[in-house]
Design a protein around this ligand. Structure first.
Ligand code: NCD
Length: 307
């Protein structure tokens, strides 16, 4: 049985196949309307979510399957003191596949050791978020036509942002990706990732403090929210939360075909006026999240393209 805990659990070939399947689903939705009939997905969300949980549920429904689960730890037996492993062991008797989000890094991995059904990590603390990464890769590939030979700027909270951590790992396997990391000093990516990802031979990586100095070079700009819930003190959050605000004047120097991504939710880091610019991809990206999760559920349940 396979689980998806870290984006590196999937080979490049598997990722490419998954994105191909997602593209095929987008072009041929009707063919996939019943492939998961009789199957159940459980969503165990110990931490809040809008897009990830609802797109997983919508994905399973569009495949003809059913969904069950909870959307906060308060409505599960964890309030009675049940361990995550026990909860998952039990739920795996009811569901064919489980998507799980937890504030503690490593919780989905521990759960996968006890589960009788495949576990998908839907975000574990500041660590990983592999299904957001699949969403991001599908979006970049659909917008740019490729995942190699691109310059990507990552902006905002690179320290706590799990979507950034997972995406830089996944992109490191494609040729000639240039990374420009835009953050205040306090929110730089953790050292373990600098070593693990940027320490590899042939990696090109820069760290800068402003969007302005690099925006004209970017093919993709990946904006992120400052992760309030992971700060140890509120004063630091308040000081850092509005460091970057992308607005129309800032986009003046950007390429015509820049793709602006954001995993959402947005707080202040992208002005609403940017939404109408064709370079804003973040709502298309949220929609892609549903299709890529349809492809992932199918793949993990052992199904392939419907010709
Ligand atoms: C992200 C997450 O939960 O890490 N959201 C998402 O899944 N789309 C990003 C965030 O919360 O800032």
């Amino acid at each position: 049985m396979r689980h998806l805990i870290d984006p590196m659990d999937l080979s490049v070939k598997e990722i490419d196949d998954l994105l191909d399947l997602a593209d095929h689903i987008i072009e041929n939705k009707k063919r996939y309307a019943k492939v998961c009939e009789g199957k159940k997905l459980a969503t165990l969300f110990f931490e809040p979510s809008t897009r990830t949980r609802l797109s997983f549920e919508a994905a399973m429904m569009e495949l003809g399957g059913n969904v069950l689960g909870f959307s906060s730890a308060d409505s599960s037996s964890s309030t009675k003191g049940e361990s995550v492993s026990d909860t998952v062991k039990v739920v795996s008797c009811y569901a064919d596949i489980i998507a799980m989000r937890h504030p503690k890094e490593g919780a989905p991995f521990l759960a996968s050791m006890k589960s009788d059904s495949p576990i998908i990590n839907a975000g574990d603390g500041g660590h990983n978020h592999p299904t957001q990464t699949l969403t991001d890769l599908l979006t970049i590939r659909r917008e740019k036509g490729r995942l190699d030979n691109i310059t990507v700027g990552f902006c905002g909270d690179l320290k706590f942002g799990r979507t950034v951590h997972s995406l830089i790992k996944a992109l490191s396997r494609y040729e000639n990706v240039t990374y420009i990391m835009i953050s205040p000093e306090e929110l730089e990516i953790p050292n373990y990732l600098k070593e693990e990802v940027f320490g590899k031979e042939g990696m090109t990586f820069e760290q800068v403090r402003t969007i302005d100095e690099v925006i004209d070079r970017l093919d993709v700009l990946y904006m992120t929210r400052v992760q309030k819930e992971r700060f140890f003190n509120e004063a630091d959050y308040i000081r850092l939360k509005d460091t970057y605000i992308l607005d129309m004047p800032k986009l003046k120097k950007a390429k015509e075909n820049l793709s602006i991504l954001h995993p959402l939710p947005r707080v202040n880091e992208i002005a609403v006026e940017v939404d109408d610019d064709p370079r804003a991809c973040y709502f298309r990206q949220a929609l892609n999240g549903k299709f890529v999760r349809m492809a992932l559920i199918m793949m993990m349940l052992g199904m392939g393209k419907v010709e």
